[in-house]
Design a protein around this ligand. Sequence first.
Ligand SMILES: NC(=O)c1ccc[n+]([C@@H]2O[C@H](COP(=O)([O-])OP(=O)(O)OC[C@H]3O[C@@H](n4cnc5c(N)ncnc54)[C@H](OP(=O)(O)O)[C@@H]3O)[C@@H](O)[C@H]2O)c1
Length: 308
Amino acid sequence: MSSVAPKPEADRPILLTGGTGQVGMALRRLSGEGFQIHAPVRGELDLGDPEAIEAMIASRPWRAVISSGAYTAVDRAETDIETAWAVNARAPAALAVASGRAGIPILHLSTDFVFAGTKASPYLENDPVGPLGVYGASKAAGEMAVASANPRHLILRTAWVFSPDGNNFVKTMLRLAEIRDEVSVVNDQLGCPTSADDIAVVIKSLLTRMEADQPPRGIYNMVNSGEASWHDLAGVVFAQAQAAGRRIPELKAIPTSGYPTPARRPGNSRLDTSRLTRDFGLRLRPWQEAVRDVVSALLAQPATQERS
Ligand SMILES: NC(=O)c1ccc[n+]([C@@H]2O[C@H](COP(=O)([O-])OP(=O)(O)OC[C@H]3O[C@@H](n4cnc5c(N)ncnc54)[C@H](OP(=O)(O)O)[C@@H]3O)[C@@H](O)[C@H]2O)c1
């Protein structure tokens, strides 16, 4: 009887959820030898269907699960509560149970919106959560489910994500710059703008480290260095656009009360990343550098793509 040697783990594909999202697209750009990403689209794997999740993980030997799929429409979640909980809480739970059963690691993306935003300094991983809305509450529940169902887990809290893909604040500002003479942006919410491409590079590096003998586990903050208000972020976007010869609007600062939204946002959701640096030697570059890269990429695109 001939025996087949087990496949080395690194040759196995990684199951990625949310592959059409900002972080998912960035991860797929890194896919290649030694980091093979398999990202079923919604029609192949609906995160609202826990049985389909279980069947997908049982269908072949995976190297790991990267759980990036989420219901990210923060305001819509306030009324679409059931869907938000299904995708943000029950889907990660099912992914963690099935990956735990398969004995493979899970890297799960979470958010600064698990916090209430009342702390005066940047949040540490073990600060108590206090979500202000349905999105944050469902993501906090997802974190707990992942942590309890698979001991080989990393929960990576990120924030204010931007990229050349999907919908994000940087793209919105560039679009408004073309059509408005004046743009008002809130200046009393503080956070950490973060590039999806930088997140993807860190995730790739963390996955290798999780395959070491006694890998760290738990929650890690993972954001670009520095901090900003939305007004600061808009300012850097406009400055970059202006340097590239584009027209820019006048930028005005307004308080959160001047821009009411269905979901409340944390006033301070800055995340302290010293744990990521201490345990893994990883530190993401300043957010301004990452914004410049993304704005340059967007301005280099044909106008129709840029506005999509
Ligand atoms: N965006 C931010 O500012 C931010 C901030 C903090 C943390 N995060 C976290 O970072 C992670 C990645 O965020 P992102 O910005 O890349 O998100 P995104 O661009 O909004 O993408 C969300 C992804 O989830 C998928 N998805 C949603 N519902 C689904 C369902 N029922 N079945 C299958 N797929 C479904 C979407 O697929 P479709 O294309 O089919 O809709 C899409 O691929 C998420 O966990 C998010 O909570 C994001």
